[in-house]
Design a protein. Structure first.
Lengths: 291, 90
């Protein structure tokens, strides 16, 4: 299971952020060609992002690029430019249609094949930023095997819902619940939207605790200062760590002995519980990550 | 004379201004910025290499550097040249 607690947005035309973003140790970085780049700079940002992907450093981060929406003239050029660089995935804004994801999947396969990249390697993360996108969340999440996560929108979604930001975030409660349910039903990650007020640490902490409780795996981040706050919320308790250690140790012991069943404290433990325990140790930094 | 720009004067970036040169006049490059004294040669080499890769033979470039790394310089030179001539030469 790949850790996706924090994904830091990096403006696609800003060399300073693009080159240094990973140093803040988010689980992933999102090189942004969409909202962070003005219409007149799309060409320059695409070239800069390509060079950064080819030669830049990203440490342990999962590297994704947010492309321009499929309702724009830019998306195809975006993927043709960034996918051959061997990125982990792309983030697609304003997804509303499973059909679009199939078109994207095919386009990605073509580019991967030409570039000598294993077909299917480039993952897709869908941003559901309209009422229609949220409503079709499950169908979108299951529309291609590349889809690794779905994410509810923030401001765009509020606008489409004909409402605005409230202090409690009430207006996004329903969409967040739909997305998390659809994500788990489709066996993809539920990733939450950004917390826009970068000066309100308490508010960020509260919201992260809430979305974690709902079943989200993480949040997008727009400021490096938000990363440690979110990681702390997702950090398992000592009790959870001890239990997870026991389960993982028992599973390894069983595997060594060639046993199918794992037993901990006299009780049988099945495979999803072992996976969950490994995820707990990963979040505690006690186990290496991986897919 | 037609000109085009790419980049900014922010930290770790550079502003590249490209203008047309007569056919056969080759590449001429002027540079400004604190790093030019130490890295001028390297900046020149990268800019020329980038222009060669995208097939540009005649051009005038002015580079105002504010600590751009090699890859940023490369990206800005390419963007400015493509804006000047239009299209995608890669």
């Amino acid at each position: 299971m790949r850790l996706r607690r924090t994904k830091l947005y990096l403006p696609g035309n800003n060399p300073n952020m693009l080159l240094r973003g990973y140093l803040f140790k988010p689980d992933g970085v999102i090189l942004d060609l969409e909202d962070a780049v003005s219409m007149s700079e799309k060409d320059a940002a695409r070239i800069l992002v390509r060079e950064v992907l080819k030669q830049g450093e990203f440490g342990e981060c999962e590297v994704t690029v947010r492309i321009n929406g499929m309702d724009t003239a830019f998306w195809r050029k975006d993927i043709e430019t960034v996918v051959p660089c061997g990125i982990d995935g792309i983030r697609v804004p304003k997804v509303e249609s499973p059909k679009d994801m199939q078109i994207l999947d095919e386009a990605l396969s073509e580019i991967e094949e030409k570039a000598g990249i294993p077909v299917g390697k480039t993952l897709i993360f869908c941003l559901l930023e309209t009422a229609l996108g949220i409503w079709r969340a499950y169908d979108i999440a299951t529309s291609s095997p590349r889809i690794a996560g779905i994410c509810p929108g923030g401001e765009d979604l509020r606008a489409d819902l004909k409402t605005d930001r409230s202090e409690t975030g009430e207006e996004l409660v329903g969409p967040r619940r739909i997305v998390v349910l659809a994500a788990h039903a489709a066996k993809v990650d539920a990733l939450d939207t950004v917390y826009a007020d970068v000066t309100d640490d308490e508010g960020l902490k509260r919201e992260t605790q809430w979305i974690k409780q709902l079943g989200y795996q993480g949040k997008s981040v727009i400021h490096p200062n938000q990363i440690p706050i979110i990681h702390a919320v997702f950090a398992p308790t000592q009790k959870e760590i001890e239990q997870a250690k026991k389960i993982v140790a028992a599973a390894r012991e069983a595997a060594k002995k060639g046993l199918g069943a794992v037993s901990v404290d006299g009780r049988m433990v099945d495979k999803p519980v072992v996976k969950r325990a490994e995820y707990t140790l990963q979040r505690a930094g006690l186990l290496e990550g991986g897919e | 004379m037609k000109t085009a720009q790419a980049g900014t004067l922010e930290s770790m970036d550079c502003l590249v201004t490209a203008s047309e040169a007569e056919k056969g006049r080759g590449i001429s490059i002027t540079m400004e910025g604190a790093s030019v004294a130490r890295f001028g040669e390297a900046i020149l080499k990268t800019a020329k290499e980038t222009l060669r890769e995208i097939g540009v033979k005649d051009i005038k470039l002015s580079i105002q550097d504010n600590g751009a790394t090699d890859l940023v310089l490369r990206a800005r030179v390419e963007a400015a040249a493509l804006r000047l001539f239009g299209g995608d030469r890669r």
